[in-house]
Design a protein around this ligand. Structure first.
Ligand SMILES: NC(=[NH2+])NCCC[C@H](N)C(=O)O
Length: 408
């Protein structure tokens, strides 16, 4: 079963992908906590789901097998002892410290069917939903203003970020933001216990216990030899070094990592919000990152060390060289008009998901960038996006590729 996972490019025909259908966690978003939960507005769940279902449908219509995080993790924790281990870890990482609440919340979660329990963990548990029998500590007695025992996890539909399949291995990422840290627990259980993963001998390139953040939205697999990683608001230079070390110590095909130093601001939180690959030689780019953009290279050094250098060539030249191409084209989001680029990038205009070379899924609302891509010969498959876009992530963020055809 070693072909179960394989991602050696951004554009090879997509065969298998993991999504999360937005759930009731979205309805636990309230204005007071929007910022902390990394949302700018509250999506209307019914419509967000319709939009997301359309996304999944387009993927299926194009021959992609769609797997759902919530289903995979439910299957993974089927065994009772694994389920208990999961609940214990989940509560601990949710900051539940008092014995009274630990007991009450585990009883509550473990009394449900597995699927309902996973939904409840994702949705969050409000105060009042669970009562403790006997207060066992000061924490149990004192009434907190905060409305949740367990915080909702509204960012789960951005499956790109907690984990990345790189080649034949998984990078189980360390999330920078507290609001997203627990997301990787689900993936950890899938990796450790789901029969599809367990039996495939999948190397782990990065572990969630590493203290240096790295997130999947920053990692682009440009080819089977080259990765581009954004050093960004979310991904640290140390995290990139650790990932590089693990990859280069193993017998992988990867030889070079291009590190893009992008502004550390929310609008550009990950590299894929400003730069994605569309075709063998075409990229979507937000003009705001180009001037100036520092690119560094990490390669294998001698005796297991890493080698670093700053690459001062133009981005076009760097990409040509990395991909062995005579020319590349950088297609500007909004056509280079700063007002349009700003607006469309904010709604993920450059966050395209390639499902085959030159075929991308985008948000329909970014109609100017979509038209430009179309004129450049890219096949654009737009999806409705009024509600999904409120979470600040686009089609690439909403998908974790598990298998792509290798490019020949
Ligand atoms: N790969 C991406 N660009 N993901 C976007 C994630 C958006 C999410 N609200 C966050 O702030 O984390």
């Amino acid at each position: 079963m070693d072909s179960f996972i394989n991602v050696t490019s951004e554009i090879g025909r997509l065969k298998k992908v993991m999504l999360h259908r937005p759930g009731r966690e979205i309805e636990n978003l309230v204005p007071e906590y929007l910022g902390r939960l990394l949302f700018d507005d509250i999506p209307y769940l019914k419509v967000a789901r319709e939009e997301h279902d359309r996304f999944a449908e387009i993927l299926r219509e194009n021959g992609v097998e769609v797997l759902y995080l919530e289903e995979l993790v439910s299957e993974a924790i089927d065994d009772e002892s694994v389920r208990k281990e999961f609940v214990e870890e989940f509560l601990r990482e949710s900051g539940i410290t008092s014995p009274g609440y630990t007991e009450a919340l585990s009883e509550y979660l473990l009394s449900m069917s597995i699927r309902d329990m996973i939904d409840a963990a994702m949705t969050g548990v409000r105060r009042g939903e669970v009562e403790i029998r006997e207060p066992t500590s000061l924490v149990d007695l004192m009434m907190d203003e905060y409305p949740f025992h367990l915080d909702p996890m509204p960012n789960l539909y951005f499956t790109r970020d907690p984990g990345s399949i790189l080649g034949n291995g998984l990078s189980l990422n360390r999330m920078r933001m507290e609001a997203r840290r627990r997301e990787t627990i689900f993936l950890k259980y899938i990796y450790n216990y789901h029969k599809l993963f367990k039996s495939s001998n999948i190397p782990l390139w990065y572990d969630r216990t590493n203290l240096f953040p790295i997130e999947g939205g920053d990692i682009l697999v440009l080819s089977d030899k080259v990765l581009a990683i954004g050093c960004s608001e979310r991904t640290s230079a140390e995290g990139i070094e650790h990932l590089a070390k693990n990859l280069f110590d193993a017998p992988t095909t990867f030889e070079r990592i291009l590190v893009f130093e992008i502004p550390k601001i929310r609008a550009f939180m990950h590299l894929d919000t400003v730069f994605t690959m569309l075709d063998y030689d075409k990229f979507a780019i937000h003009p705001g990152i180009q001037d100036p953009l520092s690119v560094y290279e990490v390669t294998r050094g001698s005796k297991g060390a890493l080698k670093f250098r700053k690459n001062t060539s133009s981005l076009e030249d760097i990409l040509k060289d990395a991909l062995n191409l005579p020319a590349v084209e950088l297609i500007k989001c909004g056509g280079g008009d700063l007002m349009i680029a700003g607006r469309e990038q904010w709604n993920d205009g450059s966050n395209t998901l390639a499902i085959a070379p030159g075929v991308v899924i985008t948000y329909e609302r970014n109609y100017i960038t979509n038209e430009i891509l179309d004129k450049k010969g890219i096949k654009v498959l737009p999806i409705p996006s009024s509600e999904l876009s409120r979470g600040r992530g686009g089609p690439r963020c909403m998908s974790m590729p598990i298998e792509r055809d290798s490019l020949t």
